[in-house]
Write a protein that binds this ligand. Structure first.
Ligand SMILES: Nc1ncnc2c1ncn2[C@@H]1O[C@H](COP(=O)(O)OP(=O)(O)OP(=O)(O)O)[C@@H](O)[C@H]1O
Length: 179
């Protein structure tokens, strides 16, 4: 499990030894409530195509679930895990934190895409983005006469975060997910 420390001490996403900072942050991460349900999460992921996760504020949904998802190996086919945020500041700040947690450079394996700024690259496996940006991608797909839902095929997994805020973009993306 790469973002949670492989037994070899080498980060498989970078092939570099984990830094001391990685292990320090890992101890903090392990105390987050979502870690208690990590195995249950993997089990549910194996059995279901879509899931709704509910958890207390600060329990680790935004920062941990996307990297757990990457750890399942879904990005091996070169498709990314995307996690949407209603606000651009959140997309930027959370991706910075998660890059630190996974011991990678921001913009490399972990990045973000917001309007007018794409901080991702060819190595990116986990992308935080505004829900508006994902919706734009869906619209572009629709213009090429494909159903909007097909936007999801570009990603190994899509996480629509902060869904309770009911932004128009997230609501529409839920509709596309059902197609
Ligand atoms: N940049 C950061 N630096 C240090 N700690 C952080 C940072 N970002 C988040 N955390 C901490 O990580 C923990 C988990 O945060 P996270 O945002 O994943 O929770 P959440 O369940 O998604 O919360 P919410 O429902 O409010 O979005 C929190 O304790 C938070 O304080």
């Amino acid at each position: 499990m790469a973002s949670t420390a492989s037994g070899t001490g080498v980060n498989p996403y970078t092939n570099r030894p984990y830094s001391r900072r990685f292990y320090e942050i890992l101890e903090t991460r392990k105390r987050l409530p979502v870690w208690e349900q990590k195995d249950e999460f993997f089990e549910m992921m194996r059995k279901n195509q879509t899931m709704v996760l509910v958890g207390e504020t600060g329990s680790g949904k935004t920062t941990q679930i996307p990297s757990f998802m990457v750890d399942t190996g879904v990005t091996r086919g070169k498709r990314m895990v995307a996690c949407t945020q209603p606000r651009r500041v959140a997309a930027m700040s959370v991706s910075k934190r998660v890059a630190e947690e996974m011991d990678v450079e921001l913009g490399e394996e972990v990045g973000y895409t917001i309007r007018f700024e794409d901080m991702t690259g060819t190595k990116t496996i986990l992308k935080y983005m505004t829900d508006g940006m994902l919706l734009r991608e869906a619209r572009c797909h629709a213009q090429t006469a494909r159903p909007p839902g097909l936007v999801y095929y570009r990603y190994a997994a899509v996480i629509l975060d902060e869904a309770h805020e009911r932004t128009l973009s997230t609501d529409i993306l839920f509709g596309a997910a059902e197609e």
